[in-house]
Design a protein around this ligand. Structure first.
Ligand SMILES: Nc1ncnc2c1ncn2[C@@H]1O[C@H](COP(=O)(O)OP(=O)(O)OP(=O)(O)O)[C@@H](O)[C@H]1O
Ligand SMILES: [Mg+2]
Length: 260
């Protein structure tokens, strides 16, 4: 089966500030290649600064890579414009750690979800309010919460709205960047279970970015371990968890608490 997403030899570096004679570049992503199949979840794991978010942003088209390619459903993403770009944005949706970033603080959260339906012209205008309520229901939110402002929701509720907004456009790929890291432990488990349900019901593919290998084990079919911008190990999640080949993966594994 053709890959839904293919990342080929992607690299991105940033110029560090400082005096002109002392400018350095930091390599954030270094020659990364990976693939995601339809309906599969790839866990992208690595410590802080390993380049996870930069890679995610390059895939979403929010950051321009220095070199390499992102190919979605057979089409290179760089260079898309107009209709084709809008279509790509509909099909590949982000979920961020802090949905405050994607929700307008002045708008009732239902309106933010509705905006996504309007933006991508999903359904008829008359249908869309109904769809907003269906989406709330889908992510386990009482539809009555649609009229609240983001500040009047709990962190977990806000993340559910963020997920509803991402699902509104009926995406084929979701890039979730640390979607549970800002939440309390018990709420983390609820949101992870929601993401698992969606994975099973909607068969949407995802890249799940986290620093926590324990979370990856829970939600991902495959895993790619990122160390200083490069993938050091990749494979089937169970296989990587049970027989890690790279020392860095073993270090990450050792940090995962295990029931005795
Ligand atoms: N806009 C930017 N300007 C300069 N340097 C950046 C920028 N974005 C990222 N970097 C640098 O690139 C490297 C990778 O950062 P990135 O945010 O991708 O890591 P991460 O794995 O997502 O980390 P975290 O787990 O803390 O979110 C870091 O050294 C970071 O300082
Ligand atoms: Mg990050």
């Amino acid at each position: 089966m053709a890959d839904l997403l293919r990342v080929e030899n992607l690299s991105k570096s940033f110029a560090l500030g400082g005096p002109l004679w002392n400018r350095r570049r930091v390599s954030a992503v270094n020659d990364v290649s990976l693939t995601v199949q339809r309906g599969r979840t790839l866990g992208l794991v690595g410590e802080s600064g390993s380049g996870k978010s930069t890679l995610g942003r390059c895939i979403l088209g929010l950051t321009k890579p220095d070199s390499g390619q992102v190919v979605f459903d057979g089409v290179e993403v760089q260079g898309l414009s107009g209709r084709a770009l809008s279509d790509f944005r509909r099909r590949v949706q982000p979920v961020f750690q802090d949905p405050y970033g994607s929700l307008d603080p002045r708008w009732p959260v239902g309106r933010s979800v509705r905006e996504s339906l309007d933006c991508f012209r999903i359904g008829t205008p008359a249908d869309r309010d109904r769809r907003v309520l269906d989406l709330f229901d889908r992510v386990g939110l009482n539809p009555a919460l649609a009229s609240r402002l983001p500040t009047n929701l709990s962190g977990g509720q806000r993340q559910r709205v963020g997920i509803a907004a991402a699902l509104a456009s009926e995406p084929e790929l979701i890039i979730a960047d640390e979607p549970v890291s800002a939440l309390d432990m018990s709420v983390q488990a609820q949101i992870l279970n929601l993401l698992l349900d969606l994975q099973q019901d909607l068969r949407v593919a995802s890249i799940f970015i986290t620093h926590d290998l324990g979370v990856v084990e829970h939600v991902s079919h495959d895993v790619a371990v990122l160390f200083r911008g490069a993938i050091v190990e990749t494979g089937d999640t169970d296989q990587v968890m049970q027989r890690p080949q790279h020392q860095y993966t073993r270090t990450l594994l050792a940090a995962v608490p295990r029931p005795r």
